[in-house]
Design a protein around this ligand. Structure first.
Ligand code: GDP
Length: 194
């Protein structure tokens, strides 16, 4: 798959703003600072769609990006930033929950986990949410360029185990070296076509 065109289609702040769209979609989620914006920019051939954050946890919106006039990449707001007030966290929860339970066209979710930090409690909760809603997902281990060779060994198995196992793949990825980009694109396409 070649990414030829990417347009911001809609930015959503509240559940009632979620659009019904004619195209299939895949969504990206993870804790703040996991490297989601960098990954999206790498996937979208540096169309500079997502702003790489200097201030983690600032984006509280869901962004719909239309790719090649054919499908959506959906950028879900990051979670797990301790300084975010409780009210804001509740708003996040409501928005994500409305999104996850109401999307017929959502074919798969990419759950981003920092390869060096490993899955956090919030990542585990997210995974359980996806299981609960019966949404297929793939885990992406981000920033693998930061790992030593010894830390790379069995990375996929270790992450899988830390998340309690299940029927999902783990893709090692680096926005810096672009490792894993082709595998990720293929996975996106498989979901969109499913
Ligand atoms: P987001 O908050 O999840 O959107 O994360 P960002 O994409 O803004 O990245 C957070 C920080 O991690 C930034 O300082 C990035 O430069 C850095 N980062 C993101 N991806 C990579 C990567 O693949 N390798 C390395 N070494 N750093 C990365």
């Amino acid at each position: 798959m070649k990414v030829k065109k990417v347009q911001l289609y809609k930015t959503v702040y509240t559940p009632d703003e979620l659009p019904q769209t004619p195209y299939n979609e895949v969504a990206f989620v993870g804790r703040s600072n996991v490297g989601k914006s960098s990954l999206l920019n790498a996937v979208a051939n540096n169309f500079k769609l997502a702003k790489v954050s200097s201030q983690p946890g600032k984006t509280r919106s869901i962004n719909f990006y239309l790719v090649n006039d054919r499908f959506f990449l959906v950028d879900l707001p990051g979670y797990g930033f301790a300084k975010v007030p409780l009210k804001e966290q509740q708003r996040w929860r409501e928005l994500i929950e409305s999104y996850l339970k109401g999307r017929d066209r959502l074919k798969g979710v990419f759950l981003l986990v920092d390869s060096k930090v490993g899955p956090t409690e919030k990542d585990l909760q997210m995974k359980e949410w996806l299981d609960f809603f019966g949404i297929p997902y793939t885990v992406v281990a981000t920033k693998v360029d930061r790992l030593k060779a010894s830390q790379r060994r069995n990375l996929e198995e270790r992450i899988k185990k830390a998340l309690g196992g299940g029927d999902f793949k783990v893709i090692p990825f680096s926005a810096k070296t672009r490792e894993g980009r082709e595998v990720l694109l293929r996975e996106i396409f498989n979901y969109i076509e499913s």
